[in-house]
Design a protein around this ligand. Structure first.
Ligand code: SF4
Ligand code: SF4
Length: 377
């Protein structure tokens, strides 16, 4: 009964995040990512903070599609990991939630989940650290979201455009997304275990967390229930304390344990009072949302670009964005509107106040990146 309550609560929270992010991604497609639009899935993903870190230190700028609010989300996620290990993965991440829903569906339909041979599983789990290094290094070197075309989460965020459009733009990302969902149907948290760079990073940070799940051998009756419910296949019933970087702090093991005192949550600092599973879950949410509330109050949570005013100046054409109109471009670059039309070779019937990314409705093969280059001479 106790387990059901915690599991239901956690799944409800994860479902709420899935719905929220899906809605935001859809609104981003509808309204765009301009000052009056909706944040992109990149802006809402804390991993964007890591991708932007080098550029921030090197030039004081953030990379394209990443805003101060993304950086705040990254710092809050790191703090959450220092305090509660990978609680972000177990209680907040919508991609993690989607995988659990597929795994539950798989268990319901097949009455079991497959297991991966330990010898293979052990090595495959290192893959996510390779993905972490690769994506961080290439983002830093290219000062961009290098992983974008290969990112299953970016593919998910564009599903509102229809599968053919997503396939055209993110063939690799969409393939990984499908593999993630199909994989999780048979084997829970497939992407988290093997591929997620954020999970890899939080796993490394979790090693310095004072939070631990301790197993008291004298109280444990070796029923194995904790091992059975663990979504990331940690053999909880055999360890003295869960210290694995794989643990997503979902609290399924502690809440299923039938023996009082056999599995307890503690902070291994001075105060070793046992913390109830539900309190751990709620505390993770409090740290995360408390962090967002503080960032918002301090004005450090913008997830959209600033509004364009007469004072806005852009000299680098690469920083012109698809949400801007031809009139905006004329203002920020201080070039007369007629000249913008002429240099970008835009016919006069195209309105000057629509986002340039919509110009393809008038000129099907319009390439904004190419056209904006013409403004640099
Ligand atoms: S491992 Fe990655 S995808 Fe999985 S829950 Fe954590 S952040 Fe999300
Ligand atoms: S060890 Fe326990 S808290 Fe950690 S992932 Fe497994 S079930 Fe969840």
């Amino acid at each position: 009964m106790k387990t059901k309550r915690l599991t239901k609560f956690r799944l409800l929270i994860l479902a709420a995040f899935v719905i929220f992010i899906t809605y935001q991604a859809y609104m981003h497609q509808v309204k765009g990512g301009g000052p009056d639009g909706a944040p992109s899935i990149h802006a809402l993903c804390p991993y964007g903070g890591l991708e932007s870190l080098y550029t921030l230190f090197a030039s004081g700028e953030l990379i394209d599609k990443i805003y101060l609010g993304t950086m705040a989300l990254f710092i809050i996620t790191v703090i959450t990991a220092i305090v509660f290990r990978r609680g972000f993965c177990g209680w907040i991440c919508p991609l993690g939630g989607l995988q659990e829903f597929f795994a539950r569906l798989g268990r319901k339909l097949m009455r079991r989940q497959l297991t991966m041979p330990r010898a293979i599983d052990k090595y495959l789990r290192y893959l996510k650290y390779a993905v972490l290094i690769l994506t961080a290094v290439y983002s830093w070197r290219t000062a961009s979201i290098w992983v974008g075309p290969y990112d299953p989460w970016a593919a998910y965020g564009h599903l509102g455009e229809g599968l053919p459009a997503v396939w055209k733009e993110f063939p690799v990302g969409l393939s990984i997304l499908l593999i993630t969902f199909i994989g999780s149907f048979f084997y829970d948290r497939f992407f988290c275990k093997y591929l997620c760079p954020m999970g890899g990073l939080l796993g490394i940070i979790s090693k310095i967390s004072p939070f631990k799940i301790k197993r008291d051998e004298s109280a444990c009756i070796s029923c194995n229930l904790c091992t059975k419910v663990c979504p990331v296949n940690i053999d909880v019933a055999k360890v003295q304390a869960v210290t694995s970087a794989e643990c997503i702090n979902c609290q399924e093991c502690t809440s299923v344990c039938p023996e009082k005192g056999a599995l307890t949550n503690i902070f291994s600092v001075k105060n070793k009072t046992a913390i109830k599973p539900m309190v751990v879950g709620i505390s993770i949410l409090v740290v995360y949302f408390g962090g967002i509330a503080i960032a918002k109050a301090a004005g450090l949570y913008p997830l959209l670009p600033e509004a364009i005013t007469e004072e806005t100046v852009i000299t680098d054409v690469d920083t012109l964005k698809g949400y801007m109109s031809l009139s905006d471009i004329s203002t920020v670059m201080n070039i007369p509107l007629e000249e913008v039309y002429s240099r970008m070779q835009i016919p006069a019937e195209v309105p000057g106040d629509i986002p340039v990314k919509e110009i393809s409705k008038w000129i099907p093969d319009f390439d904004f990146h190419e056209a904006r280059e013409a403004l640099s001479h």
